[in-house]
Design a protein around this ligand. Structure first.
Ligand code: SF4
Ligand code: SF4
Length: 356
């Protein structure tokens, strides 16, 4: 049998560019938000710096609540509209191209990937093998942790009525959620620092530790990704069982043993497809139309969905928060005392809609 060598170029450089773009975008948003908080800190006396709407991409729980509120009421809550559109964009990407957000966009996913690569090189030097693979009998229950965390959040949110959701979304706690997140990192406690540092160190030795075992956002996208029509397909007739695809898979999926990769862990990173040495053996396929999706267009497809939905948010006037800066100033003064609402009195105070 003659073997056709795979001469297609890898698309990893496009994935790296996409990852770097979103890392720099996140840093830029972080710097802008820092300036905004400095303005709040000045009591509004310094030159005004507007709050970057993109910061709401870091509020996935508030965004999930906003989405559910939108489904129940048909209304977009005015506090974090950009968060809602970013959330819809990320879910849409997963519905079309699997959990691609994790390996093409998410800055935490990127950090995790690079820490894992650094760890693999370090371990190769020190111990002669590249990573610690948690045995399957322990891997499965650990992977369920992120689903338990997700179940806790989704149960708490989906048990709420439209009125209860609105009451929660209207609270100062929700309004200041991004500022509180900023304060959390700006004035990080010793305990949080130990937890984050531990996750960092563990991720050097156990690849994708946070993403694989603990991230509830990834768990949610993993569920949606199962509905995606685009799957990695292996042609068993031309496959030479070299196992390179499995070796290249950062998610430990046994690609060389499957005909179709149907996994909540697959992030459509295309590493497996890129390393396959035989032409037309491993590819991304639309399992409904049975047509191959040319990997050259994958970056355009994934990022196109993301930016299209963000653009819809912008053009429809639902991108920038409708909250006037004076409310941020007012609530910033007492941000330390604003906690997660639990009692009826926690729900009073921010009646923007009526006050506007
Ligand atoms: S199966 Fe392929 S595309 Fe999916 S995570 Fe593994 S290497 Fe990436
Ligand atoms: S890389 Fe995987 S799919 Fe490609 S020939 Fe080797 S075992 Fe088969």
């Amino acid at each position: 049998m003659s073997i056709n060598k795979n001469s297609e170029k890898t698309i990893q450089k496009y994935r790296t560019l996409s990852q770097l773009f979103f890392v720099f975008l996140s840093i830029w948003i972080g710097v802008q938000f820092h300036e905004f908080v400095q303005w709040l800190n000045s009591g509004g006396r310094a030159a005004y710096v507007s709050r970057p709407p993109g910061v709401e991409g870091f509020l996935p729980i508030s965004s999930l609540m906003s989405l559910y509120y939108f489904v129940l009421s048909g209304n977009i809550h005015p506090f974090h509209p950009a968060g809602l559109f970013i959330f819809i964009a990320v879910i849409s990407m997963s519905l079309v191209f699997g959990k691609s957000f994790c390996s093409w966009v998410c800055p935490i996913g990127t950090l995790s990937e690079y820490i894992g690569e650094f760890g693999a090189k370090l371990m190769q030097k020190l111990f002669g093998h590249s990573t610690i693979n948690i045995p399957r009998w322990l891997d499965y229950p650990l992977r369920s942790l992120k689903y338990l965390i997700l179940a806790f959040f989704t149960y708490s949110i989906f048990a709420m009525s439209e009125q209860a959701l609105r009451l929660f979304l209207d609270t100062p706690y929700n309004l200041m959620a991004d500022v509180k997140l900023y304060e959390f990192f700006a004035d990080i406690s010793e305990f949080s620092l130990i937890v984050i540092s531990s996750l960092f160190v563990i991720s050097i030795f156990i690849r994708n530790f946070w993403c694989r075992y603990l991230c509830p956002y990834g768990a949610l996208l993993g569920i949606f990704s199962l509905l995606s029509p685009h799957k990695i397909k292996r042609n068993v007739n031309t496959c030479i069982d070299c196992g390179l695809c499995t070796q290249a898979c950062p998610q430990r999926i046994k690609v060389d043993k499957l005909k179709t990769v149907i996994s909540d862990e697959c992030t459509t990173c295309m590493n497996c497809v890129d390393v396959c040495p035989i032409a037309d053996t491993l590819q991304l396929e639309n399992i409904i139309t049975k047509k191959r999706f040319n990997k050259k267009y994958l970056a355009v497809g994934i990022l196109g969905i993301y930016f299209l939905i963000v653009l819809i948010g912008m053009l429809s006037g639902h991108w920038k928060s409708k909250v006037p800066p004076k409310y941020y100033l007012e609530y910033y003064k007492k941000v330390q005392s604003i906690g997660h609402p639990t009692k009826p009195e926690d729900y009073k105070g921010l009646e923007l809609e009526k006050q506007k």
